[in-house]
Design a protein around this ligand. Structure first.
Ligand code: NI
Length: 172
């Protein structure tokens, strides 16, 4: 296991579409997931997508118990999700000040569907299927966007709601 370097916005790999995983339960997939977990924990992330460490495969991880970067959010189960798909279940949206380990020190207000169903596979190829709301729905959509080369500022409609976290905190 190793903490890997996280690519930052501007690196063209973060705008590429990643490839589906075709083989499950392999050593290389386990190593990838182990490295992603270690890298996410070392950076206090709530989630991480494989392309953020330069691996262009459709693998995301997420999960929150207590997180110093997001102190006031509900817990999200620790999950490895491979080849994910998202279905939007209602027209209702929610706005949240998102951050991203590929865009250090910044936050932006992003509006996303509030109620989703997602499905994908775990490392052994077992189906995972869940409904999600709140921060859980946000983190899944944010991480899955990375697999299509989309960073959260690309989802924003009002760039006046984008800035350095330290400055934004002193606004309140
Ligand atoms: Ni991100």
């Amino acid at each position: 296991m190793a903490v890997r370097q996280i690519l930052r916005m501007g690196d063209p790999r973060l705008q590429q579409v990643s490839e589906p995983v075709s083989q499950f339960a392999t050593n290389s997939l386990q190593e990838l997931v182990d490295d992603m977990l270690e890298t996410m924990l070392a950076n206090h992330g709530a989630g991480l997508a494989a392309p953020q460490i330069g691996v262009m495969q459709r693998v995301v991880i997420f999960g929150v118990e207590k997180n110093v970067r997001y102190p006031n959010i509900q817990p999200v189960p620790q999950t490895v999700l491979i080849n994910p798909e998202i279905e939007v279940l209602s027209e209702e949206t929610q706005a949240f000040w998102e951050g991203c380990l590929s865009i250090p020190d910044m936050r932006g207000l992003v509006e996303r569907p509030a109620h989703i169903k997602y499905r994908g596979y775990d490392i052994n190829g077992q189906l995972i299927e869940r409904e999600a709301t709140g921060f859980h729905a946000i983190v899944v959509q944010h991480e899955c966007d990375h697999l299509d080369g989309i960073l959260y500022p690309m989802q924003m409609t009002d760039m006046s709601q984008f800035g350095f976290a330290e400055e934004l905190a002193s606004r309140e």
